[in-house]
Design a protein around this ligand. Structure first.
Ligand SMILES: [Zn+2]
Length: 420
């Protein structure tokens, strides 16, 4: 009779490790419930450091990473170590991670972590989690504080600006006429206000206080939520003498041109009402105030339409599902190497936060989006496609109107007739 082969303990450990190594990342992602509801990539809080989306597991690419910890990997064992707080540089930690992958204890108790080590690891993990939660709570409180402060400041700017009554506000009326080619109806000035000596703050002075570097007339428009409450404002400085945009040249200390439009308070997810009421069933939305006002003029200020501006292309289009390589554009990096240029793609990000871009209320049946020929064509085309897709709804027609090829935008198209 032949003697039965004896398998040594070290062999058992080795085969245990081999077995854990053979487990794919996607299987471990199932074990730890890290599968995305949609798409290939799950994102969420780090099990140790918290946060919201620092931790990502992509089963298609077979990779995970955590921005909070600054770690990542391609295998199940490293993922398990991150999940359970094991230190892979220690033998006991490595075996613990293998055990977590396989869902059964290490065959030889000698090699695995002691009860005390396990308690220490679990304590460490619990403490790190509690600290992360406390930090997140403090950060959220601070964020809310600054948000409220910025919102109140913006409301102060808007309500502090002069209401333009019939016969008043020549500068603002003239600015809009020159930029749109149309005399604005009084309804526009129920929303848009004017401040004749509006301060431009930029940088800090020698005493560390905010510095005012310019003062002049400005158009002050509100950013409102879908109930019409003012939560932010949009400032546009005006200088009627400066053609063609009728805006002053404001320079910083180094002589660089500063933007003559600013947004204050809440603006993402908000809209700038220009003419008409939010309750109307037809909405026309452009990126800029001047553009939507020009379109309103071309349409003879339809009484069945709410004309509004998103304030920025991002707020109009919303976040993208992915970025796409630009077929033509290239950029040269710091080392002089030609690189591809990526633009936000045409598909909206699934499950995007509704606060990340303006929303159209359910009652809107016709939504006309105004394209802008001023910017890079592919980027803009993708952005408008995203807006169309994310804002479409049953029983609603969503279209995009583009200015003729010869004009940059509708404002420019109408301006030619108004210059004088
Ligand atoms: Zn982490």
């Amino acid at each position: 009779m032949r003697q039965k082969a004896v398998i040594g303990m070290s062999d058992m450990i080795e085969s245990f490790i081999e077995e854990a190594r053979a487990v794919s990342l996607s299987v471990a992602a199932v074990t730890f419930e890290r599968l995305a509801a949609r798409g290939a990539e799950w994102t969420g809080p780090c099990p140790q450091m918290g946060g919201t989306d620092a931790y990502a597991v992509n089963v298609i690419k077979g990779v995970w990473n955590c921005r909070k910890c600054g770690t990542g990997g391609h295998d199940a064992i490293s993922l398990a170590a991150h999940e359970c707080g094991y230190d892979l540089s220690a033998r006991a930690g490595f075996l613990g991670a293998c055990a977590a992958v396989l869902g059964r204890p290490v065959p030889d108790g000698e090699n695995s972590e002691s009860a005390e080590e396990q308690r220490e690891r679990e304590d460490r993990l619990a403490k790190a989690r509690a600290e992360a939660e406390a930090r997140a709570a403090t950060a959220a409180k601070h964020k809310q504080y600054y948000r409220t402060k910025a919102m109140n400041k913006a409301r102060g700017i808007y309500f502090g600006a002069a209401l333009v009554r019939p016969g008043e506000g020549r500068t603002l009326r003239e600015y809009l006429r020159l930029r749109t080619g149309h005399v604005m109806p009084e309804g526009v000035f129920e929303n848009i206000r004017c401040d004749l000596r509006h301060t431009y703050w930029h940088g800090i002075d020698q005493f560390g206080r905010p510095a005012h570097i310019y003062s002049g007339p400005a158009m002050i428009a509100p950013f409102v939520d879908l109930s019409g409450k003012v939560l932010g404002c949009h400032e546009t400085w005006i200088d009627l003498k400066v053609k063609p945009k009728r805006r002053p040249e404001i320079l910083d200390d180094d002589g660089a041109t500063l933007p003559t439009k600013k947004m204050q308070g809440l603006h993402k997810g908000m809209i700038i009402p220009v003419l008409g009421d939010l309750t109307l069933k037809r909405w026309v939305v452009a990126e800029g105030i001047e553009n939507v006002a020009a379109v309103a003029g071309l349409e003879r200020f339809r009484s069945d339409t709410f004309y509004c501006a998103a304030g920025s292309l991002g707020n109009l289009a919303g976040p993208a599902a992915n970025r796409e390589k630009h077929p033509i554009q290239k950029r040269i990096d710091k080392r002089g190497v030609e690189r591809s240029v990526f633009v936000d793609g045409p598909l909206p990000k699934p499950d995007a936060d509704p606060a990340s871009a303006f929303q159209a209320p359910e009652h809107v049946e016709e939504l006309v989006l105004i394209g802008d020929g001023d910017s890079e064509p592919l980027m803009t085309a993708f952005a408008m496609k995203r807006a169309e897709l994310r804002l479409s709804a049953p029983g609603r027609v969503v279209t995009t109107d583009w200015p003729p090829k010869t004009a940059g935008d509708f404002s420019e198209l109408c301006m030619d007739g108004a210059d004088g």
